[in-house]
Design a protein. Structure first.
Length: 174
């Protein structure tokens, strides 16, 4: 029977705690992005948003919080799986643009800026999928729902731009 020495057991415990701290950090990071982003969604912002012409596919507001909470969890797990094995740059940048979007769209009430930000965010999500997926297929796949939901967000934002801004007037839509 093989038994571990006290030193080996201590190293194993340290590895487990280290991984737990990393996962906790990533869960805090991704959810902090969501929380900070939600701060920009003031009652005045929602009043403005509800006055806009929206897509018929726009879900009820409560679904956005539910879906994004799940997506932030998936992002954290995805990043955890490849920790220290890939560059985190595209992951961090997609989180940054994810945070900038509600500020631009809701707080500044600039849907065109929001549309541009989502395009940039989609690029960095795609880069994250390819970089993470090259190291861990599961990590890459965990980011796919983030990409798909962000594509849907792009569509919703595009409808707002087309039917509520000068762009819609230029195109003869309004």
């Amino acid at each position: 029977m093989i038994t571990k020495t006290k030193n080996e057991h201590t190293k194993d415990t340290h590895k487990i705690l280290s991984k737990a701290y990393r996962l906790f950090f990533l869960l805090c990071l991704t959810n902090a992005v969501g929380y900070i982003g939600s701060v920009f969604m003031t009652p005045q912002a929602f009043e403005w948003y509800n006055s806009l012409i929206l897509s018929g596919l726009t879900p009820e507001g409560k679904w956005f919080g539910i879906v994004w909470t799940i997506l932030y969890f998936l992002m954290a797990i995805s990043a955890f799986l490849v920790w220290n094995r890939v560059t985190p740059r595209p992951f961090v940048l997609q989180l940054a643009f994810n945070l900038i979007w509600p500020f631009s769209f809701f707080y500044l009430k600039e849907p065109i800026a929001g549309l541009i930000i989502i395009l940039i965010m989609l690029y960095f999500i795609y880069k994250t999928i390819t970089i993470f997926g090259a190291v861990s297929k599961l990590s890459g796949w965990l980011m796919v729902p983030v990409f798909l939901w962000s594509c849907f967000a792009f569509y919703l934002n595009l409808i707002v731009v087309l039917y509520n801004t000068q762009v819609g007037i230029w195109l003869g839509l309004i």
